[in-house]
Ligand binder design. Structure first.
Ligand code: NAI
Length: 227
């Protein structure tokens, strides 16, 4: 086998090896990556060029072995006794999360929740932008809110041309599945779902559901028993 062919084969093996490792990574570890990124940004604002897992632990209230274990799923980071290079690790985490390049999202449902989401200024730190909004209310369709024109939900297929791959569902539960179907048909591969509804989507589509009420319902469990 010539040298080029062997290098190519090795690269293919490396890529497959990384894919295999990614498949085994627990969702919880992935869920904590944006937290690590936030911690690193805070350290960078403090002017820290290097950060230890203990320092991150103090900031994030996640124990140091957990931090080291989570990061080890993705490669070898940091130097013993020195810690992690703050800027380098932040860059690497952005790469792992695939937010090192901009990601555009479409929001469906511009009601109370959708309007609050659209107003939220915090997406920029993660290279995320809501660049399309859809609703089925004729009063809202055609209006421009926060520089984004509200489009008719029946035009979801337009997303394909806009290079938008993420969707946010903020419609009533009764409309959530139809909206998810429309998003999937339009090429959306990741959905953040706020509607209290279990969406049925193809395996290639990742759904993350957020339910404040369910989280709140867990909280009393941790309260001390009343006398
Ligand atoms: P809302 O009634 O204020 O807004 C819903 C919006 O969706 C309206 O603008 C309506 O015109 C639009 N809509 C309805 N059917 C549609 C369709 N088929 N296609 C496109 N747009 C459609 O409701 P709100 O309070 O904003 O809640 C939205 C959703 O988020 C609900 O499912 C609610 O249960 C859920 N929610 C979830 C929370 C969470 O923590 N996960 C917190 C609050 C609300």
């Amino acid at each position: 086998m010539n040298e080029n062919a062997s290098t190519k084969q090795k690269a293919e093996v490396d890529v497959e090896d990384r894919r295999m490792r990614y498949r085994r990574i627990p969702d919880e570890a992935v869920r904590r990556l944006p937290m690590y990124l936030r911690g690193l940004l805070l350290c960078s604002e403090e002017g820290l060029q290097n950060v230890s897992s203990h320092k991150l632990s103090e900031l994030l209230h996640i124990n140091p072995p957990q931090i080291r274990k989570d990061l080890s799923y993705f490669g070898a980071f940091g130097t013993p006794g020195v810690g992690y290079d703050t800027a380098k690790l932040a860059k690497q985490i952005r790469g792992i999360l695939k937010i090192d390049t901009p990601n555009k999202a479409a929001l469906v449902g511009l009601g109370n929740l959708g309007s609050a989401i659209l107003k939220y200024p915090g997406f920029g730190s993660y290279n995320l932008e809501i660049s399309a909004v859809f609703d089925n209310d004729p009063v809202k369709i055609g209006k421009t809110v926060r520089d984004v024109k509200v489009e008719d939900v029946s035009k979801l297929s337009a997303l394909k041309k806009k290079g938008i791959t993420l969707g946010i569902i903020a419609v009533p539960a009764s409309a959530a599945q139809a909206v998810a179907d429309g998003l999937v048909k339009a090429g959306i591969r990741g959905i953040l779902n706020f509607a209290p509804y279990y969406l049925d989507v193809p395996r290639k589509v990742k759904v993350i559901s957020i339910d404040i009420a369910m989280d709140l319902a867990r909280l009393p469990y941790y309260l001390p028993a009343s006398a």
